[in-house]
Design a binder for this molecule. Structure first.
Ligand code: 13P
Ligand code: SF4
Length: 300
């Protein structure tokens, strides 16, 4: 069944002149048929540079929106329309405008995990891999950082600027606790602990290293150590097994599953390429303002 579907997807990909991008949290079979698998920054960069007519975005809504903002002339498909990021829905454009009135001297940095409307109200975007660099690139000494309070707190550790966090969070990372860390370290005392900056401060305090998803994969592959406990969504373990099969990676929490990232399977990809639906579009006025914030980040 999978083989037949894979073959049909490849056929349609050529017919449609399409490229498949997949986030590191996607299902293994989706990662395996993708042209590029990566973290949010890598996928945004890929979306800007690839030559094709259609992008099949295997990820969540804000990622497909970002791809469309950077490529208004291309067809951007999100094979499961309902694949959304709950954190991105935790702040609205009205709330950003309210923050600007309250803190008129502050710059607004929005994580890419936001809606296009929120990006349009922001000075610059960031991802988990460049958040510190983005904040440090600004002239302002006061920075509104949204929507992830955990990423904001992580950035504040490295910056002398005043960071004003919004109270959003990722339900997958925020529910990883220090008890999970104690349990994992007890079971694997020789393993190095690597966590995502969307984790709570007490979990970050216990980690050996903090990286974006692709940063974690690169580190595991190049490190001299053999065993790692991985504190992020478990889909990433598939890329680790593929890229560095000699390493042993354990999930910090086997329950760290983003159901939104699992809504796309081969059937949805195939259907999406057949019908060129569901298409993700962003109204032009919002897209042109959001593009400035995204491109400012990509230029760094
Ligand atoms: P990165 O892959 O950029 O580290 O982001 C993780 C994430 O939660 C994306 O939704
Ligand atoms: Fe959103 Fe968290 Fe899922 Fe990433 S893992 S898409 S931040 S809910």
């Amino acid at each position: 069944m999978n083989e037949k579907l894979q073959k049909r997807i490849m056929q349609l990909k050529t017919e449609r002149n399409a490229t498949i991008l997949a986030h590191n949290y996607q299902l293994p079979q989706v990662q395996d048929i993708a042209d590029i698998v990566g973290d949010s920054l890598e996928l945004a960069r890929a979306a800007k540079s690839i030559e094709c007519d259609a992008i099949v975005f295997c990820g969540v809504d804000f990622m497909a929106e970002t791809a469309h903002i950077l490529n208004p002339e291309k067809t951007v498909l999100l094979p499961a329309e309902e694949a959304c990021c709950p954190m991105a829905a935790m702040i609205t454009a009205d709330e950003v405008r309210m923050l600007r009135r309250r803190f008129p001297d502050a710059a607004v940095v929005s994580y890419v995990n936001t809606t296009a409307e929120v990006k349009a109200e922001s000075d610059i975007c960031c991802t988990s891999s460049n958040a510190i660099k983005v904040v440090e690139s600004l002239d302002e000494e006061q920075v509104i950082f949204l929507p992830d309070k955990n990423l904001a707190n992580y950035v504040a550790r490295f910056s002398s600027k005043e960071i004003l966090p919004w109270e959003g969070f990722c339900f997958v990372h925020d529910r990883i606790t220090s008890n999970d860390v104690h349990r994992a370290l007890q079971n694997h005392p020789d393993a190095k602990l690597i966590v995502h900056p969307e984790c709570r401060p007490e979990v970050i305090d216990m980690a050996d290293l903090v990286f974006s998803t692709s940063g974690m994969i690169k580190h595991v592959c190049s490190a001299s150590e053999k065993e790692f406990i991985i504190g992020t969504e478990i889909g990433i373990l598939h890329q680790m097994k593929k890229k560095c099969p000699d390493k042993i990676c354990y999930p910090l929490s086997p329950e760290a599953i983003c159901i939104n990232m699992k809504k796309i399977d081969l059937v949805e990809i195939c259907k999406s390429l057949e019908l060129l639906q569901p298409r993700i579009t962003v109204p032009q006025d919002i897209a042109s303002r959001a593009r400035k914030a995204i491109e400012k980040m990509l230029e760094l």
